[in-house]
Each structure stands twice: as C-alpha cells, then as structure tokens.
Design a protein around this ligand. Structure first.
Ligand SMILES: [Zn+2]
Length: 329
C-alpha cells in the first residue's frame, strides 16, 4: 500500500462505508457521519451551534437569506505541521494541500469520510469544515489534481444522493482550494435562487431575472441533462481564459435542475474578501462572519445584495451573444 492508499484507508469510516455499500439510505448515513464528526471534535460544536437560521429578505424582485455564521473559517495549515517525509506531500504555495488525504490523515487524524466512485472518478465525502448548512459536505478527489469543471461528476454525485444539492465552484470563482478537485453537497428544501423570477425562456433553459447572470437548466432524464449541461459549460468556458462558472445541480423527484452562474475573473467585487464569492451568494445565501458584517447586511440588505451581484456579472458583447445563441437553440 503506498502513502496515498494508506492515508485514504485511514480516513474512511469503515462502519459507515459498509452500510453505504449495503445500500442504506445515503442521506441518513451522511447525517450520521456529520454528527459523529461533531461528537469527535473534528467539527467544533460551538461553530455548528453558532450557525443561525436563514433570515429571508426580499424586494425589487431580489430574494436572499442572511445567516450568522461567525465560526466560518477557511482551513489553514498550522506551522507546527511537519508531515512524515516517507512519501511526497502535495504542496500549494509552499504549504501542504489541505485536501490531500496524506495531509488530512496527518493533521486531522480523527477526520472520517465515505469513499465513492462517480463517473469513473474516486471521491471521498467528508464534512465541510466551513458549513453553511448542517450537515454540509465536501467531496474530494483522493488524487491531487486541479479544480476542472467535470459536469459528469457533479451530475453523477447528485444521482448517487437524490435530493442533495451538489455544488462546484470554478477556480477563482469561490473555490477555496483551486489546486485540488472538490465538490460540495448539502440538503436544503429549497434555495432563494429557486424562486427567482424568469427573464428569458428558451427550450428547457431559462435566464433568471437576477442581478448576476444565472441560467436554469431543466430536464427529465439524467443523460440529456448531463449532455446539455456539459455542452453549455464547455461553450461558455471556451469564450476565454477568464471565464468561470459556479454549478448547482440536484435530482428532484420529477426532474433534474441545474443553475449555472456565469462568471468571469475580470469582474470582481469589493464587498467580498477575495473579490470572488462562490456559489452561495448567487444562490441567495449571505453568511455574516461577525457582528459588523451582519449589521451592514441587515441594514442595506437588497441594495447591498444587488451591488454584490452586479459587481460580478460578466458584461460584454461575447457574453450577450452566448446568451442569445443559448435561447435560440
Ligand atoms: Zn491536494
């Protein structure tokens, strides 16, 4: 067994894995995984209990929710870590990559997950360490590889856990670790984006009347949905090196639905720490990380949301032509 396999094996919750393989309900098993990780201290209890309910705001056709999530942090790497040098640790910017199983097993030895294979790609589902929802998960590739937009994997994961929202943020469009392939997964009855009015309607495709550019794709069959989603994303990313997307997909009882947020790294905002929020904000969720942030969002609410979303909206003639062609197809 090599270093990666050994590390991978050590982060699997073998009891849950056996139940997963035997066909037990996936959502129940994932909820159990998250609860166990809170009980084991991997997920700080104070952080989880500090996540407030979503407070809805609406006006001028805008719907979003505000939550207090003061423990929301990005996983850092402590300076005390000196990974075992018997195998190669992938690095990002001189620090060990926090999505690589070798690093997880060394630095967070109690962290556990479930191993799956989707579209021929191995993934490990772990608790998301900066949850917006409870529970909330990250699905990582065991191999260190970049955050490419593989729509078949996102759709495959959604098919494996029907009812779950599956998310993928593009590099420099909210992906916390753009060097290591990962998706997210959570359960929520609905999202504010789902009640957003429609601006333009095509065949199975709609442009939302949203301050940023969001496409809704719907289909009854998984294969047709996946093919159309992959083609749409590839065509948009093909417009240029700065193009990115946020993907939000779900298998609902009678249809597949996907939201594709069109992004471009040239369009940034000063209302968000990195300049580039991920899927959550376009989906209608603002997580305030301290009192000052909460207060200003509660005060300015829809105006502030409108500005944040228009800041990151790609505005150029190529994007306009892309949308026209999409509606005509
Ligand atoms: Zn990595």
């Amino acid at each position: 067994m090599n270093g990666l396999d050994r590390a991978l094996n050590s982060i699997i919750d073998h009891e849950l894995q056996a139940k997963w393989m035997s066909g037990s309900p996936k959502q129940t098993l994932l909820e159990q995984l998250f609860t166990t990780q809170v009980e084991n201290g991997v997920m700080p209890r104070a952080q989880i209990e500090g996540i407030s309910t979503m407070e809805p705001y609406q006006g001028d056709g805008i719907h979003f929710c505000l939550q207090r999530n003061y423990g929301r942090v990005t996983r850092g790497v402590s300076e005390q870590v000196h990974p075992n040098p018997t195998y190669t640790i992938p690095f990002r910017g001189g620090m060990p990559c926090f999505c690589c199983p070798e690093v997880i097993s060394y630095q967070w030895p109690k962290e556990r997950g479930v191993y799956i294979e989707v579209g021929g790609l191995p993934l490990v589902i772990l608790p998301n360490i900066s949850p917006i929802f409870v529970p909330h998960f990250t699905a990582i590739s065991p191999e260190h590889r970049p955050q490419r937009m593989d729509c078949n994997v996102a759709v495959g994961l959604a098919a494996l856990v029907p009812g779950a929202w599956v998310i993928q943020n593009g590099q420099d469009a909210g992906a916390t670790n753009p060097w290591h392939y990962h998706l997210q997964l959570f359960f929520a009855d609905t999202l504010p984006i789902a009640v957003c009015p429609i601006k333009n309607k095509g065949d199975g495709v709609e442009i939302l009347d949203h301050p940023t550019l969001v496409i809704r794709l719907q289909a009854h069959e998984q294969a047709g949905f996946e093919t159309r989603l992959a083609a749409l994303v590839a065509r948009y990313l093909g417009l240029g090196d700065t193009r990115r997307v946020n993907l939000i997909v779900r298998e609902e009882p009678d249809q597949w639905v996907g939201y594709i947020v069109l992004r471009d790294t040239r369009f940034r905002t000063d209302l968000y720490r990195s300049g580039q929020p991920g899927y959550a904000e376009p989906a209608g969720i603002i997580s305030a990380v301290d009192d000052a942030s909460y207060d200003i969002w509660a005060l300015e609410n829809v105006q502030r949301y409108h500005r944040l979303m228009t800041d990151i909206r790609p505005i150029d003639s190529e994007t306009d032509l892309f949308i026209q062609a999409l509606l005509a197809s």
